[in-house]
Design a protein around this ligand. Sequence first.
Ligand code: GLY
Length: 554
Amino acid sequence: MSFRPFLALVLALTLALTLGAQPPRGMVVSQERLASEAGAEVLREGGSAVDAAVATAFALAVVHPAAGNLGGGGFLLSRPTRGQASFIDFREVAPASAHPRMWLKADGTYDEAKHHDSLASVGVPGTVAGLREAWRREGRLPWARLVEPAIRLAREGFVLSENQAASLAEQLPAFARHAPTLAQFSRKGSPLRAGDRLVQRDLARTLRRLAKDWTDFYRGRTAALIARDMAANGGPITAADLRGYRPVRREPLGGTYRGFELLAAPPPSSGGQVLIESLNLLEGFDLKAAGPGSPAAVHLAAEALRRAFADRAQFLGDPAFNPGIPLDRLLSKAHAAELRATIQPDRASVSDPARFSWELDRPHTTHLSVLDREGSAVSLTYTLEESYGLKRIVPGAGFLLNNELGDFNAVPGLTDATGRIGTPPNLARPGQRPLSSMCPVILVKDGSVLMVSGSPGGRTIPATVLATVLNVVDFGMDARAAVDAPRIHHQWLPDRIQVEATLPAATQEALKKMGHALKDVPKQGCAQVILVRHGQAEGAADTLRWSDSGAVGE
Ligand code: GLY
């Protein structure tokens, strides 16, 4: 080799090694670009990943009222470069008056409206306490600085996109049942249009109070507004319930997949259990050889999910009320091997409705992923349960209430093929957290964060997150392709594979021939992914499924 090509090679190698050793550029990915920008700005000022996640979450509470929230709850998974990974559970809790039969009428029949669409379906909100707890542990910038972008967006307003305007217009009949909610989200009862500015003054005032003193939500004026609204309208949440709310710090669930380390959500979410159990099962198959979107790959993923969801129904619930959840066994490679042996390579299994059944999805939640320049990561999923939760704001406080208690089982002891499940682990009791499917996840390779992922979508969440992991680990996709690829879901019952319509027709036909029933949906979830490749952070927002989503670099 002559001297010049040799020199060029040495230079290229040095550059590659240097780049490889660089910490990745910071990145925030969420369902609204405006919120991602709020988080990225915090990173530029030297904030930590948790700082950015807190700022993004507060901003989403303003610009994505369908799921971003103050009045709901969620989970924040953090993996700092230095220190322990942690999981902050800020799931809503049932108030002190809750009981397993609280959604039955006097004659003992189930009252679905009460379960999903009444003040009795509201859990004591956890978001403000959860964000504060994460910040207390790993925040760097002042708390008030992190709330400031949300205050500005609420006070000055923001210009509605097509998506946002259409989403608000769709909810107008529900908002119209409650005058203060209609006033906040319409123009005197008429739908707001794309290009209109949505100003939320009460929400701005609430945020200003929280910026000064976060305990205002649980013990101050905000708490009083919630308790007053509840008392005036027969709702069960009291000032004592609010004062008693505490987020819980938990150990993240750990797993491995083909040499990658996984951190995921523990109970009261089932997200980590379904994801890790499915991955353990799939580890025994050569998915790469089958290829993405192939009949074999989809069949195997569906069969893995089917089995993981059956275990979910049997065992999962709030650990404080279910001390015997056999997580070690469910997440063991031995359990996966036993389940794997029951899968036929070219034939659908049958879910036995006599075993369990459960209700259809109510898929509205939102996720954000953050990576800071030091390689610390946050994966945060939070929710109001349904889109816009109860579709009812707290008068004078300007934020929407959740209807999260709808995630509890409906009727104790009643498990039937129409979609009810009444097994004990997930029945409402005072202070219990309803079982969730939210699945914030962080993948680690050789000690460094490789991927941050998560999604909304009710029980489809673990399947969407699973798809992003398989697309990266098995199929070698970059972040963009991993997010865009067609998704599938199976949840044991109903016994069918939900497929995005973009799954190739030939694959769909082959799956039917294997005995699978299929249900086409236009889209599943809204994954927000960061992937570290070649020493750089690639952000892929799920613009295909919600075009406002945005990845913003530091
Ligand atoms: N409410 C959606 C979930 O927690 O899974």
